[in-house]
Design a protein around this ligand. Structure first.
Ligand code: SF4
Length: 463
């Protein structure tokens, strides 16, 4: 992928449709309760029997936060009652017991990700208890292979806590920022100083963290190009290895807390386009490479290297450097992936706790991929990660004639071809530099489920 991309206002307007982010295919909208704990167990048994069993990745969801951000669309619990977090940790450890009993012990944990919510809501002692519980139940990969990452709210940590996280084995960090402007922060109920954030990043560097990511958002209430520009000044000074620039999707009918944000305070559509265009320009000028959907990285970062050598992957955390490991989701609402099946835990902590306390895996729903799903997943991944699809490679792998199988999808791409966003040749398709911002528009014609209009309303807009 190129490190700069021309963003044209007219194209942004025309291709601003709703669509999935393709962190999985099929997306969670296709998960059903037919896929239950019994089916999950069966998948794990099959994965153990693979001649080359895949290493493991663990995702742990920690849903607690002390205060609520008004833009939030996450599965979270706002509470000052730490007892709730302690009880949740007890259940997580019981869930680790249930999961560890299923997996053969020749499958090391190469990746661990703590997300939320706010993982650093847990005290250092309780984080240590969690890591120790994992260590006692699963073999861990060698330190130089491990990717242990944690989402950090800079308002909940200081330099000492970052050092503790390093002691626990974490080597990647992601920090929420969104915007440093005081008025915007007030409007989203998230007050966070530049200094505190910069200190956390500096300490992470001092502790040898490999990669530090900052999350930003455009389209927030009261945001103007000038305000966002000042935030970008500060962010470029801090110079994290990676930056995620997300679109704020105002969906108060789905996320009640967003009703705290008045529609009138949101930037008008044209201003929002300006915010996006200018932010992307600034990041490119600041030396950041566009990786794909919302993600930027400095050229030395492993994500940029993976993008350049064609080994980028996409999973539930966004872009990743490694091919799919088997992913165990732990905690309320977590998603897992074993081979060609996805599963999701019960959404609410109470439902999760009830199942685990009764000795049952807290699986709520999931999906086992059909042959058609696997084929389309390969194509969509190739678009989202490599920006190109080699028809012959797909044909060899899936036993189809690409141009016949995807005749309708290729027809649907015609307007994008005419607009110079994608080139379709005899042997493959390639997203052009002009089309790199529109990866999901290119991927969507290959999605068999989007025809169902009901699904489309579940997804956010492209911009
Ligand atoms: S955005 Fe993050 S920190 Fe804020 S309420 Fe949501 S989960 Fe909690």
């Amino acid at each position: 992928m190129a490190d700069t991309l021309p963003l044209e206002r007219d194209l942004l307007r025309r291709y601003d449709v709703t669509g999935p982010r393709y962190t999985s295919y099929p997306t969670a909208a296709q998960f059903t309760e037919v896929f239950d704990a019994q089916r999950y167990r069966q998948r794990v048994i099959e994965s153990n029997e693979d001649p080359m069993p895949r290493p493991l990745s663990l995702y742990v969801h920690v849903p607690f936060c002390r205060t609520v951000c008004f833009y939030c669309a996450c599965n979270k619990v706002i509470t000052a009652n730490y007892r709730r977090a302690e009880r949740y940790l007890d259940r997580l450890i019981q869930e680790l017991d249930l999961q560890a009993a299923l997996f053969d012990d020749d499958r090391p944990v190469e990746q661990l990700h703590l997300g939320g919510g706010t993982p650093t809501y847990f005290t250092d002692e309780d984080l240590a208890r969690l890591i120790e519980a994992i260590r006692e139940r699963f073999p861990l990969a060698a330190p130089d292979v491990r990717e242990f990452s944690i989402e950090v709210d800079p308002r909940t940590v200081d330099r000492d806590r970052i050092a503790r996280l390093a002691d626990l084995g974490f080597n990647r960090l992601s920090l929420g920022v969104q915007d440093f402007d005081a008025d915007v922060q007030k409007a989203i109920n998230r007050i966070q100083g530049v200094r505190d954030t910069a200190d956390v990043v500096a300490e992470a560097r001092a502790q040898g963290f490999h990669s530090v990511n900052l999350d930003l958002m455009y389209g927030l209430p009261l945001q103007t190009p000038q305000r966002l520009s000042r935030t970008l000044d500060a962010v470029l000074d801090i110079r994290p290895d990676r930056i995620a620039l997300y679109n704020y999707a105002h969906m108060p009918q789905m996320f009640r807390i967003q009703r705290q944000i008045s529609e009138a305070s949101l930037p008008p559509a044209e201003t929002k386009l300006t915010l996006l265009i200018e932010a992307m320009q600034r990041l490119a000028e600041g030396g950041y490479q566009y990786i794909g959907m919302d993600h930027f990285a400095l050229p030395g970062d492993e994500l940029a290297q993976a993008a350049n050598d064609g080994t980028l992957h996409r999973n539930f955390q966004g872009y990743a450097t490694r091919p799919d490991l088997d992913l165990i989701g732990l905690g309320a609402s977590s998603i897992g992936q074993i081979g060609d099946a996805y599963s999701q835990n019960k959404r609410d902590p109470e439902g999760h706790a009830e199942a685990v306390a009764a000795g049952r895996l807290p699986i709520w729903r999931g999906v086992a991929l059909s042959a058609d799903d696997r084929l389309r997943r390969d194509v969509i991944q190739a678009v989202m990660c490599q920006g190109r699809v080699d028809f012959h490679a797909v044909e060899e792998r899936h036993g189809v004639v690409f141009r016949q199988y995807f005749r309708e999808a290729l027809d649907e791409l015609t307007p994008l071809v005419d607009d110079g966003l994608v080139h379709v040749g005899h042997n493959g398709l390639a997203v052009t530099p002009r089309g790199q911002f529109f990866l999901r528009n290119v991927a969507m014609p290959f999605d068999a489920y989007l025809a169902d209009a009901r699904n489309q309303r579940r997804f956010s807009r492209v911009i």
